[in-house]
Design a protein around this ligand. Structure first.
Ligand SMILES: Cc1cc2nc3c(=O)[nH]c(=O)nc-3n(C[C@H](O)[C@H](O)[C@H](O)COP(=O)(O)OP(=O)(O)OC[C@H]3O[C@@H](n4cnc5c(N)ncnc54)[C@H](O)[C@@H]3O)c2cc1C
Length: 354
C-alpha cells in the first residue's frame, strides 16, 4: 500500500510515524518549508498522551513537557472559584511536541514546499502535489482546519466562524514556572467573555493565552508593542502573575488562534481520500482537544489499515470507530462555547472527560 499524506503538522506526522511502525509506505507533502516554525504551546491531555505512547514517543514527550496535577479556577481579581485534581495532563511548547514527531519520521518521507494542488481522478486516485502528479492507493488529508483537500472532497461544507479567539504566548520565566509548577491556572473576569490560562511547560517556559470574544475586543493589532498594549488593556490589571507575564513576554512570537465553531463535521472518508485532525473536525479552542484528537485519529487510522481486511473496509471501520467519539467532543465543545459566551466560569476547564 502506498499512502500520500497532505500536511506535516501534528496529525500528519503522527500518522506517518504510525505507518512507519507498521512498515506501510508513505510520503508526506507539506506546503511550508522545512524551517518554518508555527504555534506556541498546548495542553496535552490523557488521550493525546496515550496516542503518543502507542507511537513509542510518550516518554520522549513527557521529558519535554511539564506535568500538571491541579487546575485552579479564579476570578480576574484572584478570588478562587474552585480547584480540581488533574491526572495525565501536561503543558508543552508546540515545537517540543513537533520535534519528536519530526525526528520519528525518516527525513526522506517528508517533502517540504509541496502543497496539495488538486485531485486529478478518483478511480484510480490521482492527485497533484508540489507540481507533480502522484497515484497513491490512499490520500490522507491532515492539512489543518482550512484544509484544501476538504474543500475539494466536501465543497458544500463550510467552516463556521467562532466568536472566540485566543492569543497564545510563551514567556520564558523560570521563576514563575517554578512558582506555578504543576498548576494550570485559569482566570475569568466575572460577567465578561474574557479569560486567561496559564500552563507551566518544561524548561522554565510558561505557555499562556488570552481567550476573548473577538466581536467585543476588535481586531488584534500587528506588531509586538501594539500587541502588548492590546493585552495590557484587556488583562494587565488582573491578579498576579498576569501583569508580570504581560510585561515579560516577547510578543513578537505571539500566535493568534482564530478557531472555528463546532459545526457538525463532514464525512471523514470520501472514496480513497480520508480527512483526519483539524481537517476532519475543527474544534474550538476551549476544548483543548485539537492536537489530542488529531493524535488519536492518526493511531486509529493506521491500526485499521494494518488490520484490513481491505483498504475500503479499514476506512469504513475507522470512521465507524471515530465518529461517536468525535461527536462527543464536538457537543462538549459547543457546551463550553455556550457557557463562555454567557460569561459562565464553568467553561474554564478543558474537555477531558470524554
Ligand atoms: C499555526 C498554528 C498554531 C497553533 N497553535 C496552537 C497553540 O498554541 N495551542 C493549541 O492548543 N493549539 C494550537 N494550534 C492547533 C493545534 O495545533 C491543532 O488543533 C492540531 O495541531 C491539529 O493537528 P492537525 O495535524 O490536524 O493540523 P495542524 O497541526 O494545523 O497541521 C496542518 C499542516 O498542514 C499543512 N498544510 C495546510 N495546507 C496545506 C496544503 N494545501 N498542502 C500541504 N500542506 C498543507 C500546514 O502547513 C500544517 O503543517 C495551532 C495550529 C496552527 C496551524
Amino acid at each position: 500500500m502506498d499512502v500520500a499524506i497532505v500536511g506535516a503538522g501534528i496529525g500528519g506526522l503522527a500518522f506517518a510515524r504510525a505507518l512507519e511502525l507498521r512498515s506501510i509506505r508513505c510520503t508526506v507533502y507539506e506546503q511550508r518549508n522545512r524551517y518554518a516554525r508555527s504555534g506556541l504551546g498546548l495542553l496535552l491531555l490523557p488521550n493525546g498522551l496515550a496516542a503518543l505512547d502507542a507511537l513509542g514517543l510518550g516518554d520522549e514527550v513527557r521529558a519535554l513537557s511539564n506535568p500538571l496535577d491541579l487546575a485552579v479556577i479564579r476570578t480576574s481579581a484572584g478570588v478562587p472559584l474552585g480547584q480540581y485534581r488533574l491526572q495525565g495532563h501536561r503543558g508543552i511548547a508546540r515545537m517540543d511536541l513537533m520535534g519528536p514527531l519530526q525526528t520519528a519520521v525518516p527525513e526522506t518521507v517528508v517533502r517540504f514546499e509541496a502543497p496539495f494542488e488538486g485531485l486529478l481522478g478518483e478511480a484510480p486516485l490521482r492527485a497533484r502535489v508540489g507540481g507533480v502528479e502522484v497515484q497513491p492507493d490512499l490520500l490522507v488529508a491532515a492539512d489543518g482546519s482550512r484544509s484544501s483537500v476538504r474543500s475539494v472532497v466536501a465543497p458544500e461544507w463550510r467552516l463556521e466562524p467562532c466568536p472566540v479567539s485566543e492569543l497564545v504566548s510563551v514567556c520564558v520565566a523560570p521563576d514563575l514556572a517554578a512558582l506555578y509548577d504543576r498548576t494550570f491556572l485559569k482566570s475569568m473576569a466575572t460577567g465578561e467573555r474574557l479569560a486567561v490560562g496559564l500552563v507551566p511547560g518544561a524548561f522554565g517556559k510558561i505557555v499562556w493565552f488570552v481567550q476573548f470574544d473577538a466581536r467585543e475586543v476588535g481586531q488584534v493589532p500587528t506588531g509586538s508593542s501594539a500587541k502588548r498594549e492590546f493585552v495590557r488593556q484587556l488583562v494587565g490589571h488582573w491578579a498576579d502573575p498576569i501583569p508580570e507575564l504581560v510585561e515579560r513576554t516577547d510578543f513578537t512570537h505571539t500566535h493568534l488562534w482564530v478557531t472555528p465553531s463546532p459545526a457538525r463535521p463532514p464525512a471523514m472518508v470520501h472514496g480513497r481520500v480520508v480527512l483526519i485532525g483539524d481537517a476532519a473536525h475543527p474544534f474550538p479552542t476551549l476544548t483543548s482537544q485539537g492536537a489530542n484528537a488529531a493524535l488519536e485519529d492518526a493511531v486509529a487510522l493506521a491500526r485499521h489499515l494494518s488490520e484490513g481486511p481491505s483498504i475500503d473496509e479499514a476506512l469504513a471501520a475507522f470512521e465507524a470507530e471515530r465518529r461517536p467519539r468525535l461527536e462527543e467532543i464536538r457537543v462538549g465543545g459547543q457546551a463550553l462555547l455556550d457557557s463562555f459566551l454567557s460569561a459562565d466560569s464553568s467553561s474554564l476547564l478543558p474537555l477531558v472527560d470524554v
